[in-house]
Design a protein around this ligand. Structure first.
Ligand SMILES: *Cc1c(COP(=O)(O)O)cnc(C)c1O
Length: 445
């Protein structure tokens, strides 16, 4: 048992703790010292720690607390748009625009030409119409909000007709039937899980109908004996009955991904051209921007949505408006898009390049972690509900033995490294690794 009379006082420790005080402030250091001294009194270690030992422990505890829970991680899961890791990374232009909007006042709702009041959506409206071919556009907090406000505006107290094959759950509490209920409309399911016909939609239309809806089945595929009514035919059915067609694309994309060797996802321009009156899609999925919900479509409908009081509750802040505008501008130059937009750059990285990176890194990672490291071909995914059954050939490192323990160890680093466990190995898919140094620095620190 240590003799507690030998313990230094808080005042003496504070006097000796110069650099820690400079970094964390007197109040926080005093609290941490008191807590540490109380712990020592309670456990009476023998020998008692000296001043330097106590200060070192307090410093470590304060450093730990100062680390943000949102600190950067390396996403080596192989899922490029990982919802739990924050989805899309922004382009440099978008980051710069966001910072500028944070640092100084911006003409967010101010008309610089006339000096009067402006509309916050005007900054994006023109760009969105240009890139999608839609008549008008508006934007809200995310795509879930976009779906909510569209349904609430067009079908409050009425029925929204949707195929049973498209009643998606995206994850968390986003389930199409629940969103419909929250929006105040009644879900009218038609068809069956695998087959829905034009006649099913026609039979469901009546005086209670508010709209027809098509939902992109983002995270699953129904295969085999199937039948789906495609958007152009559905638009015709809706318009014959004087009803709007809403198409929720989910991820959506503004460009044809085949250009970069990827499988095609429906583009927003296609969905507009197919006759949908309203199309909704996300900002931080394939589009590669900040979290946002885009609503594009017919002018009268967009005007009604803008007049809905929910719009104010779901509106976007200036920081993301600035970043969204900068992201959308990049789409004016598709030739340089893959260079500038991190999401596309990572998706388009050829397997050979990733494998070469894995060959370079394998021996150095083995030394740093003192484990076995093999170069392994693997499969990346887009993630966030785009091409769910599609894999992209990739390469990475397979770490053994003790995959679970290795995984926990890498998660505990100052810059956590997140991989995935497969067949008893910890796989680090290198598709999303910005450069060799990023991994070596994270492991070496
Ligand atoms: C992802 C998705 C949503 C929700 O979009 P968030 O941007 O995550 O709010 C809605 N509908 C579909 C079809 C989706 O894929």
């Amino acid at each position: 048992m240590g003799d507690l009379r030998g313990l230094p006082s808080v005042d003496r420790l504070l006097a000796a703790g110069g650099p820690i005080l400079d970094r964390h402030g007197r109040a926080a250091v005093t609290d941490a010292l008191r807590a540490e001294l109380a712990a020592i009194r309670a456990t009476r270690p023998d020998p008692l720690p000296d001043m330097a030992g106590i200060l070192a422990r307090v410093s470590a505890a304060l450093e730990d607390r100062a680390r943000s829970a949102l600190r950067p991680v390396l996403n080596l899961t192989g899922t490029v748009l990982h919802t739990n890791l924050g989805r899309a990374l922004l382009a440099d232009d978008a980051v710069d625009a966001a910072i500028a909007a944070m640092r100084a006042p911006a003409a967010l709702e101010f008309d610089l030409d006339g000096g009067g009041r402006g509309q916050r959506d005007d900054h994006l409206r023109g760009l969105l119409c240009e890139l999608t071919g839609a008549e008008d556009a508006t934007i809200v907090n995310n795509n879930a909000a976009a779906v909510l406000i569209v349904l609430n505006t067009l079908a409050l107290g009425r029925e929204a007709v949707v195929s049973r094959g498209e009643l998606i759950e995206i994850g968390g509490a986003f389930r199409m039937p629940a969103i419909m209920e929250q929006a105040g409309c009644r879900l009218r399911e038609v068809g069956t899980t695998n087959r829905t016909h034009a006649k099913d939609y026609r039979a469901a239309i009546g005086p209670e109908t508010g709209l027809l809806m098509k939902v992109h089945t983002s995270n699953y595929r129904i295969e085999g004996f199937t039948k789906e009514v495609l958007a152009p035919e559905l638009a015709e059915i809706a318009h014959q009955a004087g009803l709007p067609l809403v198409n929720d694309l989910g991820s959506g994309t503004l460009v044809d991904l085949r250009r970069w060797g990827l499988s095609p996802e429906p583009t927003v321009a296609e969905a507009v051209a197919e006759g949908a009156d309203v199309v909704t899609f996300s900002g931080d999925k394939l589009l590669g921007g900040p979290q946002a919900g885009f609503i594009v479509g017919r002018r009268e409908i967009i005007a009604k949505i803008n007049a809905n009081p929910l719009k104010r509750a779901l509106r976007m802040d200036k920081i993301r408006i600035a970043a969204t505008e900068a992201t959308l501008r990049l789409y004016r130059d598709p030739d340089r898009l893959a260079e500038r937009l991190p999401t596309l750059r990572m998706l388009a990285r050829p397997q050979a390049e990733i494998r070469a990176q894995a060959e370079r890194l394998a021996p150095r990672v083995a030394t740093l972690l003192n484990c076995q490291v093999a170069v392994r071909d693997c499969a990346s995914q887009i993630g966030s509900g785009a091409l769910p059954t599609e894999n992209i050939a990739s390469a990475g490192l397979a770490l053994t033995p003790g995959a679970e323990a290795l995984s926990a160890r890498l998660r505990g680093l100052a810059t956590p490294v997140i991989g995935r466990i497969h067949d008893g190995a910890l796989i680090l898919d290198l598709r999303c690794l910005p450069d060799d140094a990023a991994l070596l620095d994270a492991l070496g620190a």
